[in-house]
Design a protein around this ligand. Structure first.
Ligand code: UDP
Length: 364
């Protein structure tokens, strides 16, 4: 660490390459953080699966590509599943590379929600930090997080307090929120657009409830996102009259924000303890109020009555009521909240403070 700048190795998720959509919100988090770090003069090396596309200015960072079989996401396995790595898996390869490059860096920052990197924390003489990207979806993860928290909780950070409350921690959690490159999101003030929903099309995201709202209001629901579970998507499509859902697929941020910003509301219906909820903040960055279940991260991101409405989890009638009064929200409030709380600059400062404090604590 030279004065205030850090030399960091960032390790991407082993679930899919950046740009594939399989890594969910983590892909965007890494991209905005890289932009925020390099703007402040920090030195960044990214270790990522081959095929990863980094949209920020690549010339300012080193990218070390690794190839291998994708790791299966923990949230799609049974809670008590064993820790497994496929033959030729990318996870240990990412970490072989990261441990090598980490010898010449101040710290390694892990974005993968996986057991191996967390287990390594206390077994190598390097500063490894973990930004935990999901709640308690696996017994193995719950147990390793608990173990690290006993002696080294400063190596762990979370996106929201609600997410952190899923784990058994020894101390008060470090919560860093998330960050977005706000140059990429334009405020749109028109209040008469469609209803929207965005996210991975998978059961934990609860798309079926948002569809019920659109049906009840005799409206259409525009849906963006990667279809992770096609049987689930088909069953939702079959449950409503044709044309209720307008499937738009997985769009790059630039196009997504343009279409998302034209909505009168985003409906967010998590069925799990959502760690953060990128799409909630991306919608608000465009001025779109969000109507959401008061569950997980979205419950901490939305100020009911100011930037959208929070309703009791799984209460469809309340979701319908709240959606019908969304025009009471001043769209500018949504953008202001994001500028004040979730810009890439604010997020980067929180990350730098977290890691710098950790390094300082070791050397003093
Ligand atoms: N996303 C996207 N294009 C789409 C729909 C979604 O790039 O058409 C991205 C979105 O920008 C967000 C991510 O998918 O960063 C979803 O992240 P979120 O935190 O909402 O949920 P996760 O998938 O991490 O559970």
């Amino acid at each position: 660490m030279t004065s205030n700048t850090l030399k960091l190795v960032l390790v991407s998720t082993p679930i899919g390459h950046i740009g594939s959509g399989r890594g969910g919100g983590v892909e965007l988090t890494i991209t905005s953080l890289i932009k925020g770090l390099t703007a402040l003069g920090h030195e960044v090396t990214l270790v990522a699966p081959e095929g990863s596309e980094i949209t920020s200015n690549c010339s300012q960072i080193q990218v070390s590509y690794v190839s291998g079989k994708d790791q299966e996401s923990w949230q799609h396995k049974d809670y008590d599943s064993d820790i497994t790595i496929p033959n030729g898996g990318i996870l240990p390869k990412l970490w072989e590379r990261a441990l090598e490059l980490g010898k010449y860096a101040d710290a390694i920052l892990n974005f993968g929600y996986d057991w191996l990197p967390i287990w390594l924390t206390e077994r190598v003489n390097l500063e490894i930090y973990h930004l935990i990207s999901m709640g308690n979806v696996s017994a193995a993860m719950h147990s390793i997080v608990k173990q690290i928290s006993l002696e080294n909780q400063h190596r762990l950070a979370f996106h929201t307090y609600r997410q952190a409350s899923d784990f058994e921690l020894n101390e008060k959690p470090i919560v860093v929120g998330n960050g977005f490159d706000l140059d990429n999101y334009k405020l749109q003030l028109n209040k008469n657009g469609s209803l929207g929903w965005a996210g991975r099309i998978a059961p934990e995201k609860g798309l079926e409830d948002a569809v019920k709202v659109a049906s009840a209001l005799k409206d259409k629901l525009v849906v963006w996102g990667l279809i992770e579970d096609s049987k689930y998507a088909e069953s939702i499509e079959a449950s409503v009259s044709p044309g209720t859902i307008d499937w738009r697929g997985f769009l790059p941020t630039k196009q997504l924000q343009k279409e998302l910003g034209a909505c009168r509301a985003l409906i967010n219906t998590p069925k799990w303890n959502e760690a953060y909820g990128n799409v909630v903040v991306e919608a608000m960055a465009c001025g779109v109020p969000v109507v959401a279940y008061d569950r997980g991260g979205p419950g901490e991101l939305i100020t009911s009555g100011l930037t959208g409405w929070l309703v009791p989890p799984d209460d469809i009638n309340e979701l319908i009521n709240a959606t019908s009064k969304v025009n009471k929200i001043d769209r500018r409030n949504c953008r202001i909240w994001v500028e004040e709380s979730a810009s890439k600059e604010k997020f980067t400062n929180r990350i730098v403070e977290w890691i710098s404090n950790g390094i300082r604590a070791k050397t003093t």
